[in-house]
Design a protein around this ligand. Sequence first.
Ligand code: GLA
Length: 363
Amino acid sequence: MNCQEPETDFAGFFGAQPEVETSAPGRVNLLGEHTDYNDGFVLPIAIPQRTQVELARSPDKWNRFRSTNLDVLIHYQAGGDFPSGFAAYVAGCFEVLREEMPDIMAPVNLLVRSNVPMGAGLSSSAALEVAVLRGLRKLFQLAVDDVDIALLAQQAEVRFAGVRCGIMDQMASSLADEQHMLFLDTRTLERRLLPFPEQSELVVLDSGVPRRLSSSAYNQRRAECEAAARELNVQTLRDINDVALAETLPEPLNRRARHVVSENRRVLDAVSGASAAEFGVLMNASHASLRDDYEVSIPELDCLVELLQHHPDIYGARLTGAGFGGACVALARTGQSGKVGDEVLAAYHAKGYHGSVLVSGPI
Ligand code: GLA
């Protein structure tokens, strides 16, 4: 029996079949946090959760954006009042393409559904942008490749959603898969797909605390990094290899720069053939740096990370994504991720918090 309400699918809602269907995954970042807007190195992997988009040409001058998850329908006309919420990302993607190809782009009816958790640091916004851009590419047969899609998605987010994000999330959603780590140099966009550390598998746990104050604090960290680079007379903090140089800066720029310089080093160490145990040590050091130097952790994330780090079947753990709430990522011994997730969450709940398992299992 089909239990779906007829009006929840595209045809039920818009009265015609979709012309194209696309999707894009969320991502979890294993190492290299807050390095991408400093031209540094990152190491994300795609997660099984995806955002799906169906679309067709609109019969009139209106774009209609429907979110099944939020149960809303937004009408948007190019050049008219700009929408907010999820539709800002969709309209932003539409606008960045329309600027480049005004003669090709025409209004669309679009339906989105997603199982990428929102506000957990797993790039639900990048998954939405990449899925929408893939859909528009297919519908209008646009000559844009996967890197173009990532760059357009980033533009949509920076210009229309107001977050001065780096390129990691969009590149991960557009180019990563679930079987490999994507090692990306965010300055050159050179990249390699690398095998996951042997004898290990992924655990991603949600702290249950949605990200708070994320865009203002995020933009502030970014501004601090730019100030640190100016003081050190370099283009970006990527150009600093020696942590000692960071120590010459005033508070808090010294600690912000120390995080970025040491985090870039950790990514490079991780991709130089690190074993699972060595990788875990790097993840633990990354969390300490994000907590103490970059100050983007919160007590709930520290608690969850600590419980993970003390579990005998865990190699290492850290917060993942921008911080200020959201999820933790950990590397578990092969075959143990399910058990670890259950045990750690039981201990976390005993402290009065409410988390959940987001990803667990072999790569
Ligand atoms: C968010 C941003 C990314 C990156 C991370 C932190 O996910 O969108 O560009 O800066 O935070 O590493």
